[in-house]
Design a binder for this molecule. Sequence first.
Ligand code: SOE
Length: 399
Amino acid sequence: MTEMRRPRLGVGMVGYAFMGAAHSHAWRTAPRFFDLPAEIDMAVVAGRDETKVRAAAARLGWREAVTDWRALVGHEDVDLVDVCTPGDTHPEIAVAALEAGKHVLCEKPLANTVEDARVMAAAAAARPDLVAMVGFTYRRVPAIQLARQLVVDGRIGQVRHVRAQYLQDWIADPQVPLSWRLDRQKAGSGALGDIGAHVVDLAQFITGESVTGVSAVLETFVHERPVADEFTGLSGASSGSGATGPVTVDDAAAFLGRLSGGGLATFEATRFAYGRKNAIRLEINGSTGSLAFDFEDMNVLHFFDATEPAATAGFRRIVVTEPEHAYVSAWWPAGHGLGYEHGFTHQAVDLVRGIVAGEHPRPTFADGLQVQLVLDAVERSAADDSRWTPVPTSQEAVR
Ligand code: SOE
């Protein structure tokens, strides 16, 4: 019997820090656990510093290292460009890749501005033969997939409320040094774009509705921080020289929204919630039930079915590790649990399958643009004090 040869898919990744490491892990792991319709070739990684990019290539499993992303985009072995850089470079790299006939996976948020996101979405629309996907990875957590399925199946009825929070604490200490995520030029915004974007995407993905309007506040609590000399993971280390620089983004965002189906939503994104490490908390109340999720217990989904007899109804704690659940059968025996990195692997799997099938796995660049429009509306709302209604003190009230 002759075995069908699978096509080769050459991947080129730009950037190799936190997201680059997570994506590399996904590219290495996806073919080892999932049946993929293509052979993954981790062909090239690009980064500006030659020594560091070579070391990253060796550590993360890339065949070749280059110091210019243009060389990667033009590389004959590269069919897919994986963009893991800060947002300010997304448009140039992604558009060049699409124009060169390469599929693209781009980290979120899609861009730093609506205008840039629009250009990227237009470039993707001009090449329907190519896949252009945004890295809203949390969609591919099995419990989130189950939440979406329960909504599709009508198990919570019409959505009335979404309560969405993304809470971290890694910059709550004012001595945590500056890094690109605190620089508006590079990141576009702060907690809003870095983590708020995820909960906007998740709320819309699970409900199947879109945010149609917002009323927002943004705040920066720490305006000046030590300058970093070295970067690791999310943050960096300062040598203690005493040099400081400005924080140019929001530290926290809070906003109300209306949903296209008539429901109300509240959103909160902060990196100042001491004790909350990566708490993506979602609660959705519908006309016949509710869902609740917390990424800090990411293998679990809570479901309340209001059609059950009141005497015994209660939130059901579903451990989402059965082979029936999305993606799970490729991994471990029931109950053995998945972690942060698995979402990235699932993303790689769906992307490769989409490319080979000639489909457009979501979230597409058009979906990324839509989230960007919400973020932009939040910034415009927060900048406009005209609808802000101050509360008089009780002394003022009795005067
Ligand atoms: C990437 O998807 C990302 O949003 C990072 O940019 C955040 O900083 C991280 O905390 C969550 O994941």
